[in-house]
Design a protein around this ligand. Structure first.
Ligand SMILES: *Cc1c(COP(=O)(O)O)cnc(C)c1O
Length: 328
């Protein structure tokens, strides 16, 4: 099972005008630190504050009219829910979002404000998932996975197309990794456009890296969810994973894990050196680079993919406080 470059190109045409084409900015400080040309893909400036709008918009526009009229449901750590709510509203479709109690309040409010019905259910992503499946069966809603869905992956892949157009000489892409929809789509696009020349590095948090644990085990496994600054990267990849486990395994060239301190360093660097506000999940690539965990010799794009962070928390981090969410 795969997603083709043709499907990604079709997605780009479908969502054009509904999502923003985001900037690619040079980073002199990171280039100096890494000894290679580093550019930052500023996808945190996407509408709704994350790349998730690409996949959600493509998935909703790919439904039949009858399916769209019945509505959609999603389980989300926040950014997918927010994106789906936005895309559903734009397409006139009802939207339900199931969230676990770990999701920050700022993200819950944002989804509600977009007109979605929010269900807070359980202490984990898996419990929220069970509730979403019940809702889907009862009300005839279409379940849209945040990552394990061909139309979502094709939508996220449009980010890779954009990168290949803005940065034709790109050799390495550094991509935050959780369920792997983002990495699968971007890697498919880059490897089609830059055959043999594009290397894709995934970066996850050390605390509960579901894809890393699954790859090690050779099959999707559950992880214990632990509070992390990279809250968008929390949660499992789904035990019945259909697409992204195989795609990430086939397409990813290297996997890097970063600590909470390295994520915080990424948030600080983005703010003080690049003048950008990004969330923890979007800071893992910058953090990995600063920690010397990504060795790149050629033109490299580091993806900053979201900015939906609690601003009081952001303030504490950039002010130099040593924030550890495990301390409560
Ligand atoms: C969803 C998300 C990710 C991870 O995307 P996957 O497709 O699940 O790998 C990374 N960063 C942010 C900000 C996200 O919202």
């Amino acid at each position: 099972m795969s997603v083709t470059i043709g499907e990604i190109e079709a997605a780009a045409a479908r969502i054009a005008g509904r999502v923003r084409r985001t900037a690619l900015e040079p980073s002199p400080t990171l280039s100096e630190a890494a000894g290679a040309e580093i550019r930052l893909k500023c996808e945190h400036q996407q509408l709704t504050g994350s790349f998730k709008l690409r996949g959600a918009t493509n998935a909703i526009l790919s439904l039949s009219e009858a399916e769209r009229a019945r509505g959609v449901v999603a389980v989300s750590t926040g950014n997918h829910g927010r994106a789906l709510a936005h895309a559903a509203k734009a397409a006139g479709a009802p939207c339900h979002v199931c969230l676990s109690a770990l999701v920050p309040a700022v993200k819950v409010e944002a989804v509600k404000a977009l007109g979605a019905v929010v269900h807070v259910c359980g202490a984990s992503q898996d419990e929220a998932e069970a509730e979403a499946l019940r809702l889907a069966a009862r009300e005839g809603l279409t379940m849209i996975s945040p990552f394990d869905h061909a139309d979502v992956i094709a939508g996220q892949g449009t980010l890779g197309l954009e990168l290949s157009e803005q940065f034709p000489e790109i050799e390495t892409a550094v991509i935050p990794l959780s369920g792997g929809g983002l990495l699968s789509g971007v890697a498919t696009a880059l490897k089609a456009r830059r055959a043999g020349a594009a290397r894709v590095i995934g970066v996850s948090q050390e605390r509960g890296p579901a894809m890393a644990e699954s790859l090690k085990a050779g099959r999707p496994v559950e992880v214990t969810e632990t509070p992390t600054l990279a809250d968008s990267l929390g949660g499992g990849i789904g035990l019945p994973n259909r697409l992204t486990f195989g795609l990430v395994k086939a397409l990813m060239d290297q996997l890097v894990l970063v600590s909470e301190a390295e994520i915080a360093a990424g948030i600080r660097h983005a703010y003080w050196a690049e003048r950008q506000v990004i969330e923890g999940g979007a800071a893992v690539g910058v953090g990995a680079l600063l920690a010397g965990k990504v060795r790149s010799t050629g033109p490299t794009a580091v993806l900053m993919c979201g900015r939906n962070i609690d601003m009081a928390l952001h303030h504490r981090i950039v002010s130099g406080e040593d924030v550890d969410l495990l301390d409560g």
